[in-house]
Design a protein around this ligand. Sequence first.
Ligand SMILES: Nc1ccn([C@@H]2O[C@H](COP(=O)(O)OP(=O)(O)OP(=O)(O)O)[C@@H](O)[C@H]2O)c(=O)n1
Ligand SMILES: C[C@](O)(CO)[C@H](O)COP(=O)(O)O
Length: 233
Amino acid sequence: MSHSNFWLIVPAAGVGHRMQAECPKQYLRIENRFILDITLSRLLDSGLFTGCMVPLNAADHRWQGTDASNDDRIQTCSGGAERADSVLAALNALTGQVAADDWVLVHDAARPCVHPSDLANLVSTLSDHPVGGLLATPVADTLKKADRGQLPEVVGTVDRSQLWRALTPQMFRYSMLIEALETALKEAQPVTDESSAMEFSGNMPVLVEGRPDNIKITVPADLDLAGFILSRF
Ligand SMILES: Nc1ccn([C@@H]2O[C@H](COP(=O)(O)OP(=O)(O)OP(=O)(O)O)[C@@H](O)[C@H]2O)c(=O)n1
Ligand SMILES: C[C@](O)(CO)[C@H](O)COP(=O)(O)O
């Protein structure tokens, strides 16, 4: 079993355009709790993490009203224009606290339904792996490729036999992840998750199957769905 420490980064600097809400979605409430508080408590309650860094939007004025802001395990920093920029900012803000081969788990603030069993399985599966990996779930729907018309039309059906939906947490060694993100961003590579940066650097992250109910709250309908999922835990 690895003797490395485990650190948590929860990117929470987005504005939630697709949610069309009155505030950034991480500050919407489920059962009168901020989504950000739910996500952070579900992860930190595992007792796994040495520390946690939460990148916030520079214009964020809601953080001080959260329960998490009173948790001395949690540090904050300023995020960036894109999710990858926020994650890199958080990694840099941890410099001096984290050893090169410590594990860093990055988990979207917008995924409050993450299940403790998935977190435990991710860590136990990868803690001695040289690269790391991510929670993911096999695609269960038939996938269509469409043209870009106003009324999109099918141009083909995609073979889904090797396709997975990437979830979070995504778990990589501190120094490898910083280097991969810096390289990908410098080369203007599209980086929508940590794995894609690691892949660009030539690594093959492991896919660890996770629960499909680890949803990312993205559009309005996701809020009630997340509330139902959380009510079942
Ligand atoms: N510049 C950004 C953009 C996103 N995120 C975070 O990354 C996670 C996943 O991103 P996404 O679902 O795209 O959130 P938003 O960018 O807020 O949503 P949208 O794209 O609809 O604006 C969220 O927890 C979000 O707060 C971040 O920390 N910094
Ligand atoms: C990281 C992620 O949740 C994995 O599926 C996803 O890439 C985030 O994408 P978003 O557009 O920033 O929500």
